[in-house]
Design a protein around this ligand. Structure first.
Ligand code: NAD
Length: 378
């Protein structure tokens, strides 16, 4: 089969890690008899430099014509002082809204090879695990195109007087809440059948609306155990008892924050992949999907062969699974990542807290080469 993939390498380490994901996809295609055609697009800081805007209309149009989108990361100090509507991150919001993807799936699990890189003690992990194992495996489903990041915002007053103010608005429609809840219930049905809605319903009216709708539709998913948790408690529970969670579903801002917290438990932000899905398939061969590591452009390590490419490679695996239903191919990539870690190689971010032998700490290129070798051999 032929698949067309929009490729947005972006800024900083984005091009370094997406190049490795592209190699892995090409090899996977070769192995399984598919052809992935990559259409490289400009967005983010790079696009600002060449066109003056973070998301040129031509990039958006081309992205819509492709079957799925693979993104690195955008942004960096060079563009930090631009006004909000011209900042690189606008490209992300534009792509998400333009493709209509509203559910961001962020799996976070502790691979046995990375136990040393997890800051939690074994006994803390085991205490909340259903089978008493020192590990966890959860999925955060974050609403992506609504809430406070998209709500009405502004300022009143001159900014100097005491009564000057600024505001951002959290507003969710019933349709926005219901559709992301349904994606989360669908994901829970394929996992361990537990769903926890995380909100701030003790204070926020919008959160109470989320709970109301969740309790209505929970009845349709009788095999799924639904629970509710306040976000402040959840942030504590994640580091106290992560094994209790299966699927967490939450709003845009809470999901943004909690998934970064969860990434630390997995060893490094350089390990976490994400899929943004849920858009309409109308007029397309496949429903739209954006696949990207959850990390940013990491300007501090860009161009130094230090970036962990595994989150980008695992994002490519998610693309095969969620956009193209190529389960066997996705599993082959995940197995190759596992083998590379089994071989003992580590990028610096996942080398753990205790002295990992220096000769086994490798850069982006060598880590990706180990994945490629394992994929070839597998
Ligand atoms: P960041 O994720 O880029 O970096 C945070 C820390 O994690 C840094 O120390 C970095 O070196 C490290 N890190 C990140 N990815 C890594 C990897 N693959 N391997 C090893 N270490 C890794 O977050 P930040 O520093 O807050 O943001 C930097 C820039 O990225 C900013 O301009 C920000 O706006 C942007 N950003 C973009 C996205 C995106 O494109 N989706 C997401 C977050 C931040």
């Amino acid at each position: 089969m032929n698949y067309s993939i929009a490729l947005v390498p972006g800024d900083g380490i984005g091009p370094e890690v997406t190049a490795k994901a592209v190699d892995v996809l090409a090899l996977t295609g070769h192995k399984f008899g598919h052809f992935f055609n990559f259409v490289e697009l400009e967005a983010g800081g790079r696009a600002i430099d060449s066109t003056g805007e973070p998301l040129p209309a031509s990039s958006m149009e081309a992205a819509k014509r492709c079957d799925a989108l693979l993104l690195g990361a955008v942004g960096g100090p060079k563009w930090e002082n631009l006004p909000g509507h011209l900042r690189p991150e606008r490209a992300l919001l534009g792509l998400r809204a333009g493709l209509g993807v509203f559910a961001n799936l962020r799996p976070a699990a502790l691979l046995p090879q990375l136990k040393d890189a997890c800051p939690l003690k074994d006994e803390v992990l085991a205490a909340s695990h259903p089978e008493g194992k020192p590990t966890f495996d959860l999925l955060i489903v974050r609403e992506l195109t609504g809430g406070i990041y998209f709500g009405e915002r502004g300022r009143d007053g001159d900014g100097k007087s005491d009564d000057s103010s600024a505001f951002d608005t959290e507003r969710y429609s019933r349709a926005e809440i219901e559709r992301v809840l349904r994606v989360a219930y669908g994901a829970a049905a394929k996992r361990r059948s537990k769903l926890c809605l995380v909100d701030k319903a003790n204070v926020l009216e919008s959160s109470r609306f989320w709970r109301e709708i969740a309790s209505e539709i929970a009845g349709e998913y009788k095999n799924i155990e639904t629970s509710y948790m306040y976000v402040d408690n959840c942030s504590m529970q994640l580091i106290h008892a992560p094994g209790q969670f299966d699927v967490i579903v939450t709003s845009n801002i809470f999901g943004d924050i909690l998934s970064d917290e969860a990434s630390v438990l997995s060893g490094s932000i350089g390990m976490l992949a994400s899929a943004s899905i849920g858009g309409k398939a109308a007029g397309r061969k496949y429903p739209p999907g954006i696949y990207e590591p959850i990390h940013g452009s990491a300007p501090d390590i860009a161009g130094k062969d230090l970036a962990n490419p595994l989150a980008a490679i695992l994002s490519a695996a998610m693309m095969l699974r969620y956009s193209f239903s190529l389960e066997q191919e996705a599993s082959a990539i995940e197995a190759a990542v596992n083998s590379a870690l089994d071989s003992g190689l580590r990028t610096k971010d996942i080398a753990g807290r205790t002295g990992y032998s220096a000769e086994r700490i490798v850069g982006t290129n060598a880590m990706a080469a180990a994945v490629m070798a394992a994929l070839k051999a597998g």
